[in-house]
Ligand binder design. Sequence first.
Ligand SMILES: NC(=O)c1ccc[n+]([C@@H]2O[C@H](COP(=O)([O-])OP(=O)(O)OC[C@H]3O[C@@H](n4cnc5c(N)ncnc54)[C@H](O)[C@@H]3O)[C@@H](O)[C@H]2O)c1
Length: 363
Amino acid sequence: MMSQQYRMGVVGLGEGRSIMSAALQSKQWELVQVCDLNEQLCREREQEFSFNNWTTSYEAMLANENIDVIAIYTPDQLHFTHIKQAVLAGKHVICTKPVLHSLEQASELLALMAQTDRKLFIGQSSRFFEPMLHQRRDFEAGNHGELAVVETQYITDGRWFLEKGWSKQAGFSWMYNFMIHAVDLVKWYLPDVTEVMGFARTSENSLEHNLEVWDSLRFLMRNEQGQIAQISGDYTLPTLDLAVEPSIACVLRGSKGTSRAEYSNLLYHTKFTGQPAQTTSFEEKQDYYFRFGGTSHHAGEYQNYIEYFADCLDAARDPLPDANEAIHTLAIMEAMTRSVQLGGQPVKISTILAEYNLTEKQQ
Ligand SMILES: NC(=O)c1ccc[n+]([C@@H]2O[C@H](COP(=O)([O-])OP(=O)(O)OC[C@H]3O[C@@H](n4cnc5c(N)ncnc54)[C@H](O)[C@@H]3O)[C@@H](O)[C@H]2O)c1
């Protein structure tokens, strides 16, 4: 069956640069219009992509009837407002992570999505990186046997990020903005995490930027069946060379095999029972994933996820993560926060959900 071509508008042209590139290269998408308050940035993107349909008014873009889907790449603190405006304007929505910067607006977002036939897809890019996609296929094929442990990490020297004004505003945290990639990977494999515990600290490198947020964090979590996850994050410390240690990694350990998918190394390591240990390199896809030099933009992952979203729209299927799943991930992060505040005590996800009037069933 021929799939339909969907028409996209993008708001926020910092990271939105990646989705512009993704839409312009995808047969399943047409880029119709882009928007940023910063006119200079609009002009830069016009030059870069030879694409001149831009506006500085989000409202004007929402009124454009030639747009089916709005893709949101504005600061975390604005996502809720921008999603709500787009849905009320009759658009489907792709919103980058985190869908919200706290659980305060979670029940309102779920109520909004329950009242509409529009779809909301959260762009958790790490799931859509080549090694992670291959690892998922091995997991679904049962190659790991019974899953025992998931270990994820996002360790990067993110001090460059502190140049952005909104990193100093209320609502910014390394956990919500960076570590969420590692939490989402756990959520993908252990959807029913029930309990978490952990420790966190703030380094003198954050304090130098007058930022008092936790920048080194370690957590353990488990689900009803006793499967365990371990998550690590460091954000203002010098890091090892990527060849030695990937910034994002997802390790699955099961009764029949272990695998490790790496970002940005494009490497996937496996050891399955009866097979030799293997390392697969996807080096040939370097230019597909990293189109702008450096690895801080994610064009390849975005092209993979907008094509997945188009397939979901074609089939009238709910894309994942949707609002429910993304909000459950935020509830896990709220439990992580609470555990640190309690000096490392275990915190149940159900306690957090109840506090924010979010039922288990909604998840
Ligand atoms: N891998 C990933 O999934 C990934 C990577 C990087 C960033 N992000 C997410 O992308 C979002 C943006 O991050 P960034 O690093 O590009 O930030 P940024 O500050 O560089 O860019 C945000 C842009 O939004 C624009 N903007 C703000 N309010 C607006 C409004 N009302 N109308 C139009 N434009 C508006 C700003 O002018 C700015 O250019 C964040 O939510 C971040 O978490 C996701």
